[in-house]
Design a protein around this ligand. Structure first.
Ligand code: AMP
Length: 378
């Protein structure tokens, strides 16, 4: 066990690192953050902020030497530099987990090899997606293997004209082509696994995306209890098989026939788990700290049905591509059952995650209705 008072190192300094660091600090840990891009949301609350490239082995090893354990809030970290810190400090989840989940081809192949349900897919070989599309059939979606998030690097292909454009756009790139899933809804399960192998799944969140970006997370998810149970068991089986120490977010589709298909894995706190700060006995961030520090896991009971809403840069008042005013915080703050979380990002940009808010109510429908009203007032 790494006791409170020791230092947790976080690779990546975005909002996930910030909220993770805040949870670590309230348990009495020190938190150091390593971020290439410059002063960052996590750095603003860190005990120490290191700004250097992931390829700067000297900076990374110096960082690692000051930490009792290192984790990450961001998956697109090159694996070679991580090998340099491996002899110095435990990295949790392990580098192999990151290697598998940071690339869609490897992730899908892993799901296939281990028999976990997923949408039919084919790998695009030789930089040409046409054979993979022929294999999978239309409609389908092409996704780049690396560096995709929030729908970036993706394109739906419904007909021959789309295909012609997609072939040109994705030529020479490593991609997977996935059958388009007619889903009833999207859900996610965030599951923790401790150093002793204990696993605990947070209750299932139902996720509504707008333009590929998470808009609302609703807990409890409005799915049949059998679907919830199955989703939690599936996530627990995956975290176990992958050998994660820490959190794993498992995004899934619930098909119109009621089956579950795994869409994506992320070995870190996840946007669809932000509800847990206000709505759960233990937040996902505290749970991740507990798991990577070798503490026992916390309880995951829902305190009250909760809806989380992302606040994007679009919520600011814009004129001629310039920000001319803040969102209507007063309206949100006037709701006593809402909680505002802002990430301290200096510059709003369209599509940029600036913060989120949660609303709690006696049931999920009431919380969602109130969340929609508050969002509209922002
Ligand atoms: P991803 O980056 O894979 O999480 O995809 C972002 C979003 O695109 C998902 O949350 C879905 O809303 C949508 N999407 C991705 N893949 C599929 C698919 N195979 N079928 C239908 N919708 C999809």
């Amino acid at each position: 066990m790494i006791p409170p008072g020791k230092t947790l190192g976080i690779l990546g300094g975005g909002q996930l690192g910030r909220m993770l660091g805040q949870a670590a600090q309230s348990l009495g840990y020190r938190m150091h953050v390593f971020e290439p891009a410059g002063p960052c949301p996590a750095g603003a609350v860190a005990n120490k902020e290191v700004i250097a490239s992931y390829d700067d082995t000297a900076a990374l090893t110096a960082f690692a030497r000051e930490c009792a354990v290192v984790t990450y809030e961001f998956e697109n970290i090159p694996s070679a530099p991580l090998a340099a810190i491996a002899p110095l400090v435990p990295l949790r989840p392990a580098a192999e987990v990151l290697h598998t989940t940071q690339n869609r081809q490897r992730e899908k192949a892993w799901l296939r090899t281990h028999g976990f349900p997923h949408a039919r897919y084919a790998e695009a070989l030789d930089g040409d997606i046409a054979p993979a599309v022929a294999d999978v059939g239309l409609p389908c979606v092409v996704k780049t293997a690396d560096f995709g998030y929030d729908g970036k690097g993706q394109m739906k292909i419904a007909d021959a004209a789309d295909l012609e454009r997609a072939v040109a756009i994705f030529r020479g790139r490593r991609c997977v082509v996935e059958r388009w899933v007619e889903f009833a809804c999207e859900v996610s399960v965030i599951v923790a696994r401790s150093t002793t192998g204990e696993t605990r799944a947070f209750p299932v969140a139902e996720n509504i995306h707008t333009h590929h970006i998470l808009d609302f997370s609703i807990v409890p998810a409005r799915v049949a209890p059998t679907v919830s149970r199955e989703a939690e068991l599936l996530a627990a089986a995956i975290v176990e098989k992958l050998g994660v120490v820490g959190l794993l977010a498992v995004e899934m589709f619930v098909t119109t026939a009621g089956a579950l298909l795994v869409n994506e894995l992320a070995p870190r706190p996840h946007n669809s788990g932000h509800w847990s700060i206000d709505g759960c006995a233990t937040s996902q961030f505290e749970q991740h700290v507990r798991a990577v520090c070798g503490l026992p896991l916390g309880a995951v009971d829902v305190r009250e049905p909760t809806v989380m809403v992302n606040i994007l840069g679009d919520a600011w008042k814009w004129e001629n591509e310039k920000v001319v005013g803040d969102p209507n915080w007063a309206a949100l703050l006037a709701e006593p059952r809402a909680k505002l979380h802002l990430y301290g990002k200096a510059e709003p940009r369209p599509g940029r995650k600036m913060g989120h808010f949660t609303v709690r109510a006696a049931d999920a429908e009431t919380a969602l209705a109130r969340a929609r009203e508050l969002k509209a007032q922002l």
